[in-house]
Ligand binder design. Structure first.
Ligand SMILES: [Zn+2]
Length: 305
């Protein structure tokens, strides 16, 4: 059984406490040293990396055996009804994907964007625009990963993401368990009964994916996990790994003072160990991504040992 590929979203503060801190190109060497496998480069505020830097990332990642992926910009909104927004998004996303190709990253994650109060219309526009982009401008070796969204107002239920991936070639699902947890427990329509508060929920999700995704595509599903605070409209914020709910955030119901924020990355890792799912998992916990990913690794080894 293949071990999962576990990693971090961007650079946590602990990277900047090491001897590697002066240069982010040292990220792969640092991850190799602490025992992780993957770095998701964050281009969330726009693709500002220089092409030469992307090439250097590739070289370092290869040298230290680290997998690179990319998270695209929040300002890429292919659901928009406005043509000027689409045009800017196309340009920005083309730059992002070309940097990903230079960095040797095979996966570019993308938030689909606002549903603009019309989910069907937004879904249709996203599919049309991303399909046009992929046919005309996506470099070889890179696939696009629309991500499940944690907020009510965004396109990105699991069903919507899978619909996109069925329609558009080279689109593959990025399943964010923190976002799904927030969706299911807020007032959104639920895709299923999973809340991702137990190992069984993850096992259910893996079995479900096995029924809905072609066998050769299963290793290509991408996963995110982060403990998350949510309200009636879904996601409010990503919390830190291992952080406990404070008296201020407790509501006497779902959020109990002293309990950990959910979902717990370690439950996901245990499910991966039980199911054998060939998962790539990126921990997006606030400022503690490395701690969450390392906890997943330990939980995986304990459950599979
Ligand atoms: Zn995510």
């Amino acid at each position: 059984m293949a071990s999962p590929t576990l990693g971090v979203a961007g650079f946590p503060p602990s990277f900047f406490e090491t001897k590697y801190r002066r240069d982010r190109l040292n990220g792969p060497e640092w991850l190799d040293e602490i025992g992780l496998d993957l770095l998701e480069l964050q281009m969330t505020y726009g693709p500002r990396t220089k092409p030469e830097t992307a090439e250097k990332y590739r070289e370092r990642a290869e040298r230290f055996g680290i997998t690179l992926t990319v998270h695209g910009s929040y300002y890429t909104v292919f659901t928009s009804p406005k043509q000027d927004v689409i045009d800017r998004s196309l340009k920005r996303f083309e730059t992002t994907c070309s940097l990903a190709a230079k960095a040797g990253a095979s996966r570019v994650v993308l938030h689909p964007g606002s549903a603009f109060g019309d989910r069907e219309g937004a879904l249709a526009r996203f599919i049309e625009n991303i399909d046009r982009f992929i046919r005309s401008a996506l470099p070889d070796g890179v696939d696009v990963y629309p991500e499940t969204a944690g907020k009510l107002a965004q396109l990105g239920s699991l069903a919507e993401i899978l619909a996109i991936c069925r329609e558009v070639e080279r689109c593959r699902p990025c399943v964010d368990f923190g976002h799904l947890h927030a969706r299911q427990l807020s007032e959104l329509d639920t895709d299923n009964g999973w809340t991702f508060t137990t190992v069984e929920d993850y096992l259910g999700a893996f079995e479900w994916l096995e029924r809905h995704v072609e066998p050769e595509d299963r290793p290509l599903v991408h996963f995110h996990v982060t403990p998350i605070q949510y309200g009636p409209k879904g996601e409010i914020s990503h919390r830190r790994y291992g952080e406990r709910i404070s008296a201020e955030d407790a509501d006497g119901d779902r959020f109990v003072e002293g309990e950990p924020w959910l979902p717990e990355a370690t439950q996901l890792a245990e499910a991966v160990a039980k199911n054998g799912y060939p998962a790539w998992v990126v921990c997006e916990a606030g400022n503690t991504q490395d701690k969450g990913a390392l906890a997943m690794k330990q939980a995986y080894l304990a459950a599979s040992g």
